[in-house]
Design a protein around this ligand. Sequence first.
Ligand code: DGP
Ligand code: NA
Ligand code: NA
Length: 210
Amino acid sequence: TEGNKQESRGALVVLEGLDRSGKSSQCSRLASFLEGQGISAELWRFPDRTTNVGQMISAYLTNTSQLDDHTIHLLFSANRWEKRSLMETKLKTGTTLIVDRYSYSGVAFSSAKGLDIEWCKAPEIGLPAPDVVVYLDISPEKAAERGGYGGERYEKLEFQKKVADCYKILHDVSWKVVDACQPIEDVEKQLLEIVLDCVTECRKGRPLST
Ligand code: DGP
Ligand code: NA
Ligand code: NA
């Protein structure tokens, strides 16, 4: 009957980490691997710079515009909210989302500037909750050695050290920590194992929460 029909849903997988932790390339490798296995998956990233809000964020990050710290915080959050309904639709219809940064970046990067952490968390309440958060762990010093930063607003060693401290505060036991300084294949292997477990759990009917 309709009542016990279980639609299998996709998993919401979030990767977090400092700039230059290798997140973005791992996210795209993961998404392509899953697709290759016949698992419906998409690569998403926040900020999504393609929307109107995203363009304001991009201008801020490239130092083309100046914005009050609270204002930019709320724009980053709005950028996630504007994707919420599509995110939920994708998950409910069976697509796994591999998301490069989410609410934790929002809180870590803004509280690193000195904003109150509870104030930073508030606008994130109600967004779909990740099924797993993977933290790609690298020290700010090691990250800085990796071919240099791109020159955007936050890409400075002193600031990244503060972000690392804020991530430590946010970190909870449910996070999966992967050492980002291992050979790339090892990082990939560990990530895959975590993500495949998570996809399986979601297929079995783990409820989507907020
Ligand atoms: P990326 O495109 O992943 O390199 O992210 C751009 C920069 O913006 C990066 O330094 C991390 C930072 N960032 C990502 N999400 C947020 C957010 O929600 N709030 C703030 N303040 N910074 C963020
Ligand atoms: Na960046
Ligand atoms: Na990135």
